[in-house]
Design a protein around this ligand. Structure first.
Ligand code: BTN
Length: 250
């Protein structure tokens, strides 16, 4: 494991991707910065971050023994790890907004972008990108975003925060699941822990479909393949969606 801290970078995920492309890395890397200038979010969104306020953190896992069909397990493991980590910092009301936003109450405090590189049908590497809003106090155009500081009224030492994150990643054997066969992991326990932390479970929410239509329903559960089950209001129909088909409206 090699750790690189960058004073500034366009995107920590892109930085690792380049390293992998150039085949210059043989081991796993952690790359992080407090000044990410062109961060990438899910669904082609931009991930904004004020300089020197937040953490942009990426982690590469080379040749993990995760089958492509089991890839949602990556989301489960990383989301549960982050919840556990933020719990250590006493951040209140933590939950996972499917598929993998980390919330405190109704505010998003951490975004996760997993990028998979394939070789034929095998996962050659995974890049796990974490954006954690730490000391930023203004989210003008992002009404659903917040930071640890806004929530707890405390200022965080970024170096201490990041070092604790790295220590916990190592100590909690975070890497083990990726290098043991995911078929043998206790999938039932994993998905039930994920569902226990699911944002607004059993609550009525509005959803936006990829065609722009809105509908309302109760969040029931997520399965091990990352499919969200929603009971539609009025019809009581159980509908299932993958992460690209639908968005939960906060
Ligand atoms: C999202 O919620 O849309 C995901 C946001 C992921 C942001 C992180 S910050 C570190 C890493 N580098 C990037 O360019 N993006 C991820």
């Amino acid at each position: 494991m090699k750790i690189i801290k960058l004073d500034a970078i366009n995107s920590t995920n892109e930085y690792i991707k380049e390293l992998i492309k150039n085949k210059s890395i043989k081991k796993n890397y952690i790359v992080y910065s407090y000044n990410q200038t062109n961060g990438k979010g899910r669904r082609g969104n931009v991930w904004y971050s004020e300089p020197d306020k937040n953490l942009a953190f990426s982690l590469s896992l080379l040749s993990p023994s995760v089958n492509l069909k089991n890839q949602f397990i990556i989301n489960i493991i990383i989301s549960l790890f982050i919840i556990d980590f933020l719990d250590y910092f006493k951040i209140p009301n933590l939950s996972i907004k499917w598929p993998n936003d980390i919330m405190s109450g109704n505010k998003k405090i951490c975004g996760i972008l997993n990028e998979i590189q394939l070789k034929k049908k095998h996962i050659e590497s995974i890049i796990i990108g974490l954006g954690i809003n730490i000391n930023q106090e203004n989210f003008n155009n992002l009404p659903n975003a917040s930071s640890l500081k806004l929530i707890t009224k405390k200022n965080y030492d970024l170096n201490n925060f990041t070092n604790t994150l790295i220590k916990k990643l190592k100590k909690n054997n975070f890497f083990v699941p990726f290098f043991s066969n995911t078929e043998t992991l206790n999938q039932k326990n994993l998905i039930s822990s994920y569902n226990n932390k699911l944002y607004c479970r059993k609550k009525l929410k509005s959803f936006k479909l990829s065609n722009g239509k809105i509908f309302h329903g109760n969040i029931e559960s997520v399965d091990i393949n990352g499919i969200l089950n929603v009971k539609e209001k009025n019809h009581s129909l159980l509908r299932s969606f993958n992460g690209n088909e639908i968005q939960i409206i906060i």
